[in-house]
Ligand binder design. Structure first.
Ligand code: FMN
Length: 396
């Protein structure tokens, strides 16, 4: 485990107040097995990381209210437990695009994970391998995709910020598919399309970070992105942004023509958009607001799931991410029609605190909690978690 850093105490109140660590009452456990729930890793990550790196992991946008809504809105759904069901065998596994997943929980794209642990994405890939979990690799991964695939030993999903230069888009997709990514995940939320975002929690944290960061942070944010290993050897001299200025459905058509494997669209929060991308050839839709890191809409992703599922009408699977911190949250998303649930920050917390072991423990805790609620709610299989398994608070 990484040593606890003494500067942790110096974090300014803004970071503490806006990121919140409720429920993480364990007092500095030193053994991964002592962590009670995934939130228990958050204070350890805070202590293990330089303030700016923790701020990067933690930040939302503006006042972080969408980030908190993502988490809190799960509490608006109640689980409707059933009795008299044979629970002698409870099976959390599922099949997605023909692949066997031990649970419906996957690692969503998180960029620059070497900021959280020296092994970064390689450690997460090993954790995904040991737990048979799906891994979505960020365009901004700090470990080359080829190395990640070696550690994972199975196809990954490659998240795509395509840039505004089609030649670069083509090279990125070709590289990812050649390396062994069997799905390209186009992110359409505003990190890519709108550029600047007001990450105040990050900025507050960076302010108290007194290290000299110039060895790693060369140039501006744009330059940093283009120095990610996925861009190595690709001429990025004409790139002005991480997405085309007009990321229209016609542009999606063009990408569809390029991608040989599955094409998923990440960042959908409205039924009309879901319907449109399916019509334009998407093989899957991911309900996401980027973990509340882009736009302060206050609309939680769990509240968008039913709308998107209804719009897609079963033609393709719908996944979701944002704020899931408990097995019961995963259960609720599945009941609302999701085929899988992505996790972002918790993998960073586990990784920062305990490396590969921490990322594994995070998956284990979600799996254990999911299995528990499946048993308690009388739903012995993932398929059994139907729409009647949850109610919105107050609904009959
Ligand atoms: C530090 C960090 C970096 C992220 N990087 C990316 C990225 O490169 N591409 C992307 O599509 N999403 C990225 N995301 C968003 C996640 O994939 C996911 O949508 C979100 O974190 C889910 O919410 P959660 O953190 O509450 O679980 C990032 C999230 C975090 C916290």
């Amino acid at each position: 485990m990484l040593p606890f850093a003494t500067w942790a105490a110096g974090l300014d109140a803004g970071v503490t107040a806006t990121t919140g660590i409720s429920g993480s009452s364990e007092l500095a456990p030193t053994n991964v097995k002592d962590i009670l729930n995934v939130r228990g890793f958050e204070p350890l990550a805070r202590a293990a990381l330089p303030p700016a790196h923790f701020g990067y992991l933690a930040t939302g946008i503006d006042d972080d209210r969408t980030l908190r809504r993502n988490e809190d809105a799960f509490s608006e759904y109640e689980i409707r437990a059933r009795r008299f069901i044979d629970l002698s065998r409870v099976d959390t596994s599922t099949t997605v695009f023909g692949a066997h997943w031990r649970t419906p929980i996957y690692f969503s794209a998180v960029s620059a994970m070497r900021a959280f642990h020296p092994d970064g994405e390689a450690a997460v890939a090993r954790a995904a391998a040991s737990r048979s979990a799906q891994l979505m690799v960020s365009t901004g991964s700090s470990v080359p995709l080829e190395q990640i695939l070696t550690q994972r030993g199975a196809p990954v999903w490659q998240q795509l910020y395509p840039t505004d230069d089609w030649t670069v888009t083509r090279e990125l997709v070709r590289r990812a598919e050649l390396a062994g990514a069997d799905a390209i995940v186009l992110s359409v939320d505003s990190t890519a399309t709108a550029g600047a975002r007001n990450s105040e929690t990050l900025r507050r944290a960076a302010r108290v970070d007194k290290r000299d960061c110039t060895a790693c942070h060369v140039g501006n944010r744009h330059d940093m992105w283009l120095r990610a290993p996925l861009f190595a050897g690709i001429d990025v001299s004409q790139v002005k942004g991480l997405a085309p200025p007009g990321l229209t459905l016609e542009w999606v058509d063009r990408l569809r023509g390029l991608v040989r494997g599955k094409l998923l669209i990440k960042g959908i929060v409205a039924g009309e958009d879901a319907q449109a991308v399916v019509t334009h050839g998407a093989d899957g839709v991911i309900v996401s607001n980027h973990g509340g890191r882009n736009e302060e809409t206050l609309r939680a992703t769990i509240d968008c799931v039913a709308e998107v599922v209804a719009a897609v009408k079963g033609r393709v699977p719908v996944f979701m991410d944002g704020g899931a911190r408990r097995g019961t949250d995963v259960f609720k998303a599945l009941a609302l029609g999701a085929s899988g649930v992505g996790i972002g920050r918790p993998q960073g917390w586990g990784l920062a605190a305990f490396g590969q072991e921490g990322a594994e423990a995070v998956l284990d805790i979600y799996a254990r909690e999911l299995e528990a609620i499946m048993r308690q709610a009388g739903t012995p299989t993932i398929a059994a978690i139907g729409a009647r398994a949850v109610l919105h608070r107050g609904a009959a």
